[in-house]
Structures are given as C-alpha cells and as structure tokens.
Design a protein around this ligand. Structure first.
Ligand code: CTP
Ligand code: MG
Length: 234
C-alpha cells in the first residue's frame, strides 16, 4: 500500500499586532535566518511530507528575500483576514493542486522551534486517529480567572487542561468541511482543532514540548533563540 501523502500548510499572513514593531514577527531574524525559514525547515526533507504551502498576506513583499532559495519546492498562496480564512485558502490550494493529499499538517509560521521528535510523534500517533491529532502540553501553572478590576475572580481547576500547539494534523477534506461549517455558525476559531471539535470530532492530544513556543509577545523571541541555539549546539 502507498504511504499516506501529507502536505504541510504554514499560515504566515498575520499582522503580529500583539508583538508590534516595524518588522512582522514571522520575518524577524533569529539564529541567522527569519523565523518563518526555521518554521519551514522543520518540514523539509521529511520522507512523509510531499509538499509545503506557505500562506502569505496579499501585500507581502518579504517572503522571497527573507526565506532565500529553498532546496525543496515551497508554494505560496494568499491568506485572508482571519487565520481560519487563511487556512481555508490554503486547503483550497492543496485540494486543487495536490488532489492526492490525504493529510494536512497546519503549523504556525511563528513557531520556529518544532523538533523532529515532536513532528514524528504527531505523525505516528495522529495518522492512526481518524479525527486527527494536535501537539499540546499539559498546563503546569495554576490558572486564575480575572475579575472586572484586575483582581482574581476565581482559580480554574487545571486537571485535564492542555495548552494547544501546532502542528495540527487532519484529513484534508474533513478539515475544509469543518472550517466551512464552523464559519457558517459564526464560530471564532483560534486553531484548526476547534473547527473539528465544532463538527463533533475528537482529535487526539499528542505530547508536544515546552520548547515549541509561539512567538506572540516581545520577549518570546529571545526564548526561542535560546532553544534554537541549544539545539544547534547539541
Ligand atoms: N495568521 C494567518 N492569517 C491571519 C492571521 C494569522 O496566516 N489572518 C497566521 C500568523 O501569521 C501566525 C499564525 O497564524 O503564523 C498564528 O497566529 P498569531 O500568533 O495570532 O499571529 P498574528 O495573527 O500575526 O498575531 P496577532 O494575533 O498578535 O495579530
Ligand atoms: Mg492572531
């Protein structure tokens, strides 16, 4: 039997409003290359990954110079105003141009520290789950819910709480249908798994890593850089 075909989809069409600054966070330099270049590198040369598509904003002028010549073919597609719209555009591109793709791995452009071990674990466990799977880590801190005046209103029980990461792995058509259905209902989606959950699916939780951080606020970049440096030295 042929091995399943997996396509990596990297949304990079965001504006980085929480990070701020003159350069979009996906293009900030880290350990000698752009954040996005690190995020792409995690998927290059993987034997199961048949293609990579990066989703860019309409006015992106930085991709080629920031990412440089890539030794595997990386396609690009234009995103939308929300992450879900961006991902939906990417899925349409995959279905039209790579109709043999079985699975899609959606991975934040702003998550440059994905390790080969985490990726392999997700692929191995996720492809056994018809509803797909995501990387996530159990919440370690005590969680507080804020009241109206910045005071603690309540402590949230962290039992069974996990923090979602990417990549998230789903069957291509199932994810496209789930996003369409969730958007019709007006659901706010911050990850792809939420769309699947809306349609009644139960994606599997696969152990990620604290190193697989998303660059969201200033300060996160230095942490990611430290992880990458440590990895490159080992
Ligand atoms: N993203 C996208 N299209 C959008 C919004 C987000 O492709 N319309 C991408 C971002 O580029 C990022 C990933 O989704 O790689 C995760 O989103 P997030 O960390 O929220 O990035 P931004 O939306 O850029 O940041 P912010 O929410 O602070 O504006
Ligand atoms: Mg965002």
């Amino acid at each position: 039997m042929d091995s399943p075909r997996v396509h990596a989809l990297i949304p990079a069409a965001g504006r980085g409003t929480r990070y701020g600054g003159a350069v979009l966070k996906q293009y900030l330099p880290i350990c000698g290359k752009a954040v996005l270049a690190h995020s792409i590198r995690a998927f290059q040369f993987h034997p199961l990954i048949a293609g990579i598509t990066v989703i860019l904003s309409e006015d992106d002028r930085w991709f080629e110079s920031a990412v440089g010549p890539l030794s595997t073919v990386v396609e690009t597609v234009i995103g939308g105003d929300t992450r879900a719209q961006s991902v939906r555009n990417g899925l349409r591109h995959i279905m039209e141009n790579h109709p043999g793709s079985d699975w899609v791995l959606v991975h934040d452009a702003a998550r440059p520290c994905l390790s080969p071990g985490c990726l392999d674990r997700l692929l191995e466990q996720g492809m056994e789950s018809p509803d797909g799977a995501i990387l996530a880590i159990p919440v370690g801190d005590t969680l507080k819910c804020e009241g109206d005046k910045g005071e603690i209103a309540t402590t949230v029980d962290r039992f069974r709480l996990w923090a979602a990461q990417t990549p998230q792995l789903f069957q291509v058509e199932a994810l496209a249908e789930a996003i369409d259905a969730a958007q019709l209902k007006g659901a706010e989606l911050t990850d792809e798994s939420s769309a699947m959950e809306y349609s009644g699916a139960s994606p599997k939780l696969v152990m990620g890593s604290a190193a697989n951080i998303k660059i969201t606020h200033p300060g996160d970049l230095a942490m990611a850089e430290a992880w990458l440096q440590r990895n490159e030295q080992s």
